[in-house]
Design a protein around this ligand. Structure first.
Ligand code: GLU
Length: 304
């Protein structure tokens, strides 16, 4: 589990994103990070530990952004460190990504991309997404297509939000498994893992379904299904107050926790089935490796 926030619009993106992350900090506190584009320049700032460390860094050395993305991490692949903190970027600092979930086939993808010349600097599964998308970029304006192509190659579960430094005022989000919601504003749009992150700004939400891709610009959002077909989905107006919203529509926190158990079990256990190089060598495990893979599949199916 982790928390994701994205913003595109006329305001400075940094305080909007940091405020949203504060409301999502329960989803992960291994590290926090932000990436924003201002005047065509991409800047990242990341800090290990709780969000307040990132906030302190931003106070000491302020950052401004025309649009951007942020993340609070609960590490599954790669230890909690600044280097492993999201957002992650491609070789040229052009594509940046925040991710909630696990890219199960990240090792073969990483090996293939490394052979093709991509340079990896973290131990995370997420960094593969940035390089994979980079490998599919055709030219200006191709981020959405590149994300869709990358989705065709990735196995696992993910909520993703990406920026291409060279596509001004545009965010691309994608979901397969973990939640992702779009908040609709007037001349500004938001993305987040959960409704409470955005309630200070909007009450109108579009909930992304599995396999869907969304493109956000200040003027509006475009939602498409797995095959790239345009979807029309009426926004839902959320009338909960912020406390009710944190209860996710349930009457009591206990009820919410009960209903969140499958996700919590999945998120907790899947991260422990580490098949990283140097930790578990599949060829040495022999038949046990297949058992492990089966157990992961069963867990994924059981936990929805
Ligand atoms: N697998 C990613 C990582 O370890 C994302 C973790 C998450 O969803 O919290 O950085």
């Amino acid at each position: 589990m982790c928390g994701i926030v994205g913003y595109v619009g006329p305001r400075d993106a940094v305080p909007v994103i940091v405020d949203g992350l504060r409301r999502l900090e329960y989803r992960g506190y291994d590290s926090a990070g932000i990436a924003v584009v201002a005047n065509g320049r991409l800047e990242r700032r990341r800090a290990v530990g709780k969000l307040r460390n990132l906030e302190e860094s931003l106070r000491a050395d302020p950052l401004k952004g025309d649009f951007g993305i942020g993340h609070t991490r609960w590490a599954t692949h790669g230890r909690p460190s600044e280097e492993n903190a999201h957002p992650h970027q491609d070789c040229h600092g052009r594509v940046v990504v925040v991710h909630n979930g696990i890219i199960e086939n990240y090792l073969p993808l990483k090996q293939r991309l490394s052979r093709a010349g991509h340079r990896f600097v973290t131990q995370t599964d997420t960094e593969v997404v940035a390089h994979l998308v980079e490998s599919h970029l055709d030219g200006p304006g191709s981020l959405e297509t590149a994300v869709r192509r990358a989705m065709g190659e990735m196995e696992g579960i993910y909520a993703l939000v990406l920026i291409d430094r060279d596509e001004p005022q545009r965010l691309v989000g994608a979901r397969k498994g973990p939640p992702l919601v779009v908040g609709l504003g007037e001349g500004e749009q938001y993305l987040a893992s959960d409704v409470p992150a955005l309630l200070a700004h909007t009450r109108d939400f579009v909930f992304l379904g599995d396999g869907e891709v969304v493109v956000l610009t200040p003027q509006g959002v475009t939602l498409t299904d797995e095959g790239g077909r345009r979807l029309e989905r009426a926004p839902q107006r959320i009338t909960w107050d912020p406390v009710q919203a944190e209860k996710g529509g349930y009457r009591h926190f206990m009820l919410k926790e009960i209903h969140e158990q499958p996700t919590a079990v999945r998120d907790t256990l899947l991260g422990r089935f580490s098949l990283d190089e140097g930790e578990v060598h599949l060829e040495e495990l022999g038949a046990a490796a297949e058992e492990l893979r089966r157990a992961r599949r069963v867990l994924l199916l059981a936990c929805g």
